[in-house]
Design a protein around this ligand. Structure first.
Ligand SMILES: [Zn+2]
Length: 125
């Protein structure tokens, strides 16, 4: 309700992530995962060095989520989430900042010191 009143929007995509190998998964895939037609907790299927014949069947097998009891039902809680904002949302947020367009050219007007190299173009090369 607070988010709604303050008009805060959550424009992040979130990807369930393996704690061990950091492989990202599709949120819906993890939420809808079933074993024998029963909703289950999904385990990581990543195989490190999958081109090696000896490791082909060694999956990471780290649990990606846990079932948490809420007031009336079980809910899936991801062990680790990788939040990701799309480039369009990020650019929109940047351009909505006050004077953002002026700051894009701010580096042209900075004061330069001959003794301090602060930019790659300050040197001789
Ligand atoms: Zn993993």
């Amino acid at each position: 309700m607070t988010k709604k009143e303050l008009r805060l929007r959550d424009d992040f995509y979130s990807f369930p992530t393996c704690l061990k190998c950091h492989k990202l998964y599709n949120k819906q895939e993890v939420e809808d995962y079933k074993e024998n037609d029963i909703n289950s907790v999904m385990k990581c299927r990543h195989v490190e060095f999958s081109n090696l014949a000896t490791r082909r069947n060694r999956q990471c097998q780290t649990i990606l989520s846990e079932q948490v009891l809420t007031i009336d039902r079980f809910k899936l809680k991801f062990k680790l989430v990788y939040p990701f904002a799309g480039i369009r949302q990020q650019l929109m947020a940047f351009y909505n900042r006050l004077n953002f367009k002026n700051f894009l050219r701010h580096w042209l007007n900075r004061t330069n010191s001959d003794e301090i190299l602060s930019d790659i173009y300050d040197g001789q090369i």
